[in-house]
Design a protein around this ligand. Structure first.
Ligand SMILES: [Zn+2]
Ligand SMILES: [Zn+2]
Length: 813
């Protein structure tokens, strides 16, 4: 039986044609298990008084494995109680005052003093949530001797000293480890010396370049813990807790730097769950659409179908009217703001008191603001939040009636994380995936099995990326000289060695017989941040009041908060007066405007191993050379490239009809990115076979580039925002018409390589997505891109299909 709220979405059948598929995910009965014998009786009593009569079986399995000293990968669903599984052994171990530690030889060593615990999660907000949860358990246990605290960039000096001297369990994030705790390890010697457990929560969040960084931070941590630990003691036990994911042991092992065979996997979820109805939803073709999209369109709101944002706002308003507590996940900050604003407008017409019970929630809000919103949703004052994936991570909000997912969030794992917020034991939930006009979304709602039945992805990251490894080797050397015996902990010794050699040659490190040394006065951690954004985030500040409205990543600041850009915050529009790149501040003024802004950029790309040297001074000697193959006349390559881009101007477009009101130019610097790209190039004979004359080639290549970027996430576990592209009818390095797709991170993230490996499958899916789209000349569901820096011009949909057909005629198989 489907969830009754599905009828609300269907509006008495009026919207029946929008439902492409509905699946029932059956309820799961819970299976509990007795409390472990070793568990601290006070903690057990504390959990009991909070309503946990008996733990679930998977909690006990994970806790037992961790208690016995095995590293653990715990991969179960949102709300399955992962916290209990690691806090029970960790806090029990702290309380066992004279901790007996089993040594490899089987001896029992006597007193090692009081053990300590380090808990790491991706954000400060999550650590604060986690602290509140643990503190409740500690208070309920009456175990007043347990000192649990968060410590991060916001912690004041005195508080930080107290944590260093007294805390038993410290909750923090990888950034704080990288910038503060590890560089100042002497102040943290007490904690490091007695470290028994390292808990890495939300492990699935560490993917791509961020995952590689965190993996190296953890290796630095392990090295320092070993340095301080009493001789003969065993290294801390690592527990990696994550969403349900493929290959949890491999991922946890790569993250923590331990062999996968040494990891106990617990992924059989024994917590109970309500039944869920999972609906796939395609917004309707807009009335009056005449199959002739606006030329040069660049907004997802302008295709033949209604936008996912507008559709989601309608559905969310109906859910709120029916009393359902709901979340709507959107792909972008702008999307979250728009859904919240439009939903409120709808509600104002029905019942003004309801309009105040919907809000937007996203990254870039200040922590206090986010706390208050979470509290209001939990308490019921708010009935709905429109949110970015900022809320996808472990924020403690679940058991909602309905979750709307407006647009593919990038991975199946994310879909299930978001869906997991709906329903709870004894109460069913509704999930609806609303397709955006995007080649991948359209493909998914029409092929439900690729969304609902396909296996989950493994979390992909590569700690051997030399761009990531190099700054961490510097940071490690600044912490303690790096010795030859340390090399295996950072990767394949020969690879690590060659990166060290480059660092020595560049004067970053000094080689001595005893090891590699950092001898500069300033710290080494400042050489990199962990988030792959490559720079200081830009603060958005209201000029008149000095109020900080939020932040924008360094990498997207040029395009989003340039002079004259329109910035939206909680439904209020602001116009950027001045972007100060030196101070990383965008000064804005509140102004009611009837337009939005879209930036224009120019981007070029060079194949690194064809250049005399890598401009910008990357470690050219250490870059892997380009790998190539040919399908007859079609050449493929994958390897290091340098991408140069510059935001050169923007358009003001009236809302909502997007009529161009004006075009302005901007004077912003060029940005360069050393990364990895996959590319294919074709000679004139293939273009001829496709029937393309010279005038049509650029549009055909550009359209094929856009659609292939849209489809790669189906195969590469990234999303299209992790990628960039360049197409040209004559590339200087290949001498031919070429399409490049690159990882939008320094050093690459593994996505382009995956595209190369599955090239034929990738381009066939791309060709089918374009050819299968009902539009005449291209729309956001096939060849238009919401992030195109040249306003989607030129694009030739039919030319792209002809070109891909001509190219695929040479593909093997
Ligand atoms: Zn189309
Ligand atoms: Zn483009």
């Amino acid at each position: 039986m489907t969830h009754p709220l599905l009828d609300v979405l269907l509006a008495g059948g009026r919207r029946a044609d929008r439902l492409t598929h509905a699946a029932e995910i059956p309820a799961r009965d819970g299976e509990s298990a007795p409390w472990p014998r070793w568990a601290d009786p006070a903690l057990v009593a504390g959990y009991r008084s909070l309503g946990v009569d008996q733990p679930w079986r998977h909690q006990v399995e994970a806790a037992e494995a961790a208690w016995s000293g095995r590293h653990v990968a715990l991969a179960t669903s949102t709300g399955s109680g992962k916290s209990l599984a690691f806090w029970l052994p960790a806090l029990t171990s702290v309380r066992a005052d004279t901790a007996a530690t089993v040594l490899d030889a089987g001896r029992i060593e006597s007193t090692l003093g009081r053990g300590s615990v380090l808990y790491i999660c991706p954000t400060k907000a999550l650590a604060a949530d986690q602290l509140a949860g643990v503190q409740r358990v500690v208070d309920a246990s009456g175990a007043r001797d347990l000192r649990v605290a968060t410590c991060d960039g916001d912690t004041g000096f005195e508080e930080r000293c107290w944590v260093q001297d007294h805390a038993d369990a410290v909750l923090t994030n990888p950034d704080f480890l990288h910038f503060s705790l590890l560089p100042n390890h002497r102040r943290w010697a007490r904690l490091l010396r007695s470290l028994r457990y390292v808990i890495v929560d939300e492990g699935h969040a560490y993917r791509g370049v961020f995952g590689a960084h965190v993996a190296l931070v953890l290796r630095r941590l392990t090295r320092l813990a070993a340095h301080y630990a009493p001789a003969g003691s065993r290294p801390p036990t690592v527990v990696v807790a994550s969403a349900t994911t493929a290959e949890p042991a491999t991922t946890a092992g790569r993250l923590a730097g331990v062999p996968a065979e040494e990891i106990a996997v617990v992924d059989d979820d024994a917590s109970p769950a309500g039944a869920r109805t999972f609906a796939l939803w395609e917004p309707p073709v807009r009335p009056g659409w005449d199959a002739a999209p606006v030329e040069g369109d660049l907004d997802p709101d302008d295709g033949p179908r209604r936008s996912a944002t507008a559709e989601t706002a309608d559905l969310l308003a109906d859910l709120v009217v029916h009393g359902a507590r709901s979340l709507a996940f959107t792909r972008s900050r702008r999307g979250a703001e728009t859904v919240a604003t439009v939903t409120r407008e709808h509600l104002r017409q029905v019942d003004p008191s309801l309009a105040t019970r919907v809000a937007a929630y996203r990254g870039g809000y200040l922590p206090e603001e986010r706390r208050a919103l979470e509290e209001a949703l939990r308490g019921g004052e708010l009935r709905a939040l429109a949110t970015t994936n900022a809320l996808e991570l472990g924020v403690d909000i679940s058991g909602l009636d309905a979750v709307l997912i407006a647009g593919w969030p990038g991975t199946r794992m994310s879909v299930w994380q978001q869906a997991g917020r709906a329903g709870r034991a004894g109460a069913d939930g509704l999930v609806a995936f609303v397709a955006r006009e995007d080649p991948l979304d359209t493909y998914l709602v029409r092929h439900p099995e690729t969304l609902l039945d396909a296996p989950l992805e493994a979390t992909v990251f590569d700690p051997t990326n030399p761009y990531v490894l190099a700054p961490h080797l510097c940071a490690a050397a600044a912490e303690l000289p790096v010795r030859t015996e340390d090399l295996p902990s950072f990767g394949r010794p020969a690879d690590v060695r060659s990166v060290l050699d480059v660092l020595v040659a560049r004067g970053a490190l000094r080689r001595r017989t005893s090891g590699w040394y950092w001898t500069h006065a300033q710290g080494a951690a400042g050489l990199t941040d962990l988030r792959g954004t490559g720079g200081v985030p830009v603060r958005v500040v209201e000029a008149e009041t000095g109020r900080v409205l939020g932040t924008v990543d360094a990498g997207s600041a040029d395009g989003q908060v340039h002079d004259g850009a329109v910035y939206v915050h909680q439904g209020e529009t602001y116009v950027v007066e001045h972007l100060d790149l030196d101070d990383h501040v965008a000064l804005v003024q509140r102004r009611g405007v009837d337009h939005g802004t879209w930036s224009r950029d120019v981007t070029s790309i060079l194949i690194a191993d064809q250049q005399e040297h890598v401009p910008g001074g990357g470690p050219a000697e250490e870059l892997p050379a380009t790998t190539r193959r040919s399908w007859g006349p079609v050449d493929w390559g994958v390897g290091p490239v340098e991408v140069t881009s510059q935001v050169v101007g923007y358009q003001r477009r009236r809302l909502p009809d997007l009529q161009v009101l004006g075009t302005e130019s901007l004077d912003l610097p060029e940005r360069t990115l050393q990364t990895t790209a996959v590319w294919w190039s074709v000679p004139a004979e293939v273009l001829d076979a496709a029937g393309l004359d010279a005038a049509r080639v650029p549009g055909a290549l550009h359209a094929a580039e856009h659609a292939s970027i849209g489809m790669l996430p189906l195969l590469a576990t990234c999303d299209r925002w992790d990628l960039g592209g360049v197409s040209t009818d004559m590339h200087v390095d290949t001498g031919r018409a070429t399409v490049f797709v690159y990882d939008a991170y320094p050093g690459g993230a593994g996505f382009a390589e995956r595209g190369y490996d599955v090239g034929a499958t990738w381009l066939r899916a791309t060709r089918d997505a374009i050819a299968g789209c009902a539009c005449a000349d291209g729309c956001p569901a096939c060849v238009q891109s919401p992030k195109c820096g040249s306003f989607n011009e030129p694009l030739d949909k039919a030319g792209a299909v002809a070109l891909l057909d001509a190219l695929l005629a040479h593909a093997p198989g």
